[in-house]
Design a protein around this ligand. Structure first.
Ligand SMILES: [Cu+2]
Length: 441
């Protein structure tokens, strides 16, 4: 059948159906033959499920599910969580299933989903499905769409996901959110996005106000001294890995008080989607810094053409550092090079001029202390390569961790051999849930 002839019949069918008020459904069936059987049976046949590449959430696990008569069933437990955000700082946050942020939920567009939620927090809570178009009784707003879930109680949410994109789940109480009650809810598309990516990574942006000598975030604060990706501040964030020549998707999610301009070094990316789903390719545009506003998600993609360890970080100057006060209190500053005598001597001299001790790997000028404005960066660099070592950091230059602070991580674009060498090291190690991307069938 020629194209024009086919279009004629399609138009005729739509017109005819349109007269009966059925136009949209006829079109949908033509696009998605599988939908017909789903409508007839009320369930989506498992055999017709598409193929998708799961997103990897570094330093956070995925929430497993079981199937119950075609429904994906997840168990989510809200509870207090101890979260180590850097090697010398563990905070008392709240999270889900022992994790802060909560484990990642991954489903596919069209899935029927049931989440059995249990509240082990000391106060009532509820679960909101941010961005998902669910019936009002599933919306998770205390008193408006449901009774609050009291401590010790369970609540069952169930809905069909008809959208695709980067969504999230969170407690619907502002202060609880700031204790860490948030996680990714990824809805993979029914039909693969084009072009397909080889790596898909998700990062949750959070900020914490934790005073020195304290472990409990001050949720009333508007100023933050700890900035994290997936519950870790650099250099404890696990680097993302990408094969040279691959296509990479990065998804950013922000649930805090500040907006974060996230910058990628050395590469341009295109903005392909938001918390509202995928944008048409005609709407994509190049950038290298994407502003991720509060309660928003931003999805970008780039071709990993250039080998190297490329930083990804919030560019807000105060978000590119960790709390110095904690370091001073704990005397945690280390140097990666204990033999750099001159630098250490200078630092010691300076240390005697200020009321704390520290060591530093980068040289400073002899007259540094007499220059107005000094120090700026000098005290902020502390090498801790060894304590944050993991397979993903293998092969990084010595003292790489000295400049990694706050809301910061990196994507390591690696030639085949180096990429495979790190994967080999990851086997047997369980520092993150990353690994060779697998397609789910
Ligand atoms: Cu920021």
């Amino acid at each position: 059948m020629s194209g024009s002839r086919r279009r004629f019949f399609q138009d005729a069918a739509i017109l005819g159906a349109g007269l009966l008020g059925l136009g949209r459904e006829v079109r949908a069936e033509e696009d998605h033959p599988a939908q017909k059987s789903r409508r007839e049976t009320g369930k989506r046949p498992v055999a017709e499920r598409g193929v998708y590449l799961p997103m990897v959430t570094p330093d956070v696990t995925d929430l497993p599910h079981e199937m119950d008569d075609g429904t994906k069933v997840f168990h989510l437990v809200g509870e207090p969580v101890k979260r180590k955000i850097v090697p010398f700082k563990t905070i008392d946050a709240w999270g889900y299933n022992g994790s802060c942020p909560g484990p990642t939920i991954q489903v596919q567009q069209g899935d029927r989903v049931r989440v059995i939620f249990e509240n082990r927090l000391p106060e009532s809570t509820s679960m909101h499905w941010h961005g998902l178009e669910v019936p009002i009784e599933q919306d998770g707003v205390p008193y408006i769409s449901q009774k609050p879930v009291a401590p010790g109680e369970k609540y069952v949410y169930e809905f069909t996901v008809h959208q695709e994109g980067t969504f999230f789940y969170h407690a619907h109480s502002a202060m609880q959110e700031m204790m860490g009650l948030v996680g990714f809810f990824i809805a993979h598309p029914e039909k693969s996005y084009k072009p397909r990516v080889d790596h898909d990574y998700g990062l949750i942006l959070q900020e914490w106000a934790v005073l020195p000598s304290n472990t409990v975030p001050n949720t009333a604060s508007m100023e933050f001294n700890w900035l994290t990706f997936n519950g870790a501040a650099a250099p404890m964030t696990t680097p993302l890995l990408a094969r040279l020549g691959s296509r990479v998707r990065l998804r950013f999610l922000n649930l805090g008080v500040d907006h974060h301009p996230i910058h990628l070094h050395g590469n341009q990316f295109v903005l392909t989607g938001t918390e509202g789903g995928r944008a048409p390719e005609s709407a994509w545009f190049p950038m290298n810094t994407v502003l991720v506003g509060v309660a928003q998600a931003r999805v970008v993609e780039f071709e990993a053409k250039y080998p190297g360890a490329w930083m990804i970080h919030c560019h807000l100057p105060h978000h590119m550092m960790n709390s110095m006060m904690d370091l001073l209190r704990d005397r945690q500053i280390q140097t990666a090079d204990q033999t750099e005598a001159k630098a250490l001597n200078q630092m010691q001299t300076l240390a005697m001029n200020v009321p704390f001790e520290h060591m530093h790997p980068s040289p400073i000028a002899e007259n540094a202390a007499s220059v107005p404005g000094f120090p700026q960066d000098a005290f902020m660099e502390m090498g801790m390569d060894d304590v944050v070592e993991k397979p993903e950091t293998y092969g990084l230059p010595k003292n790489w961790s000295a400049g990694m602070m706050g809301m910061m991580t990196m994507v390591r674009v690696l030639p085949e051999k180096e990429y495979d060498a790190i994967l080999a090291r990851k086997k047997g190690a369980s520092t993150s849930n990353g690994g060779e991307p697998k397609h789910e069938f």
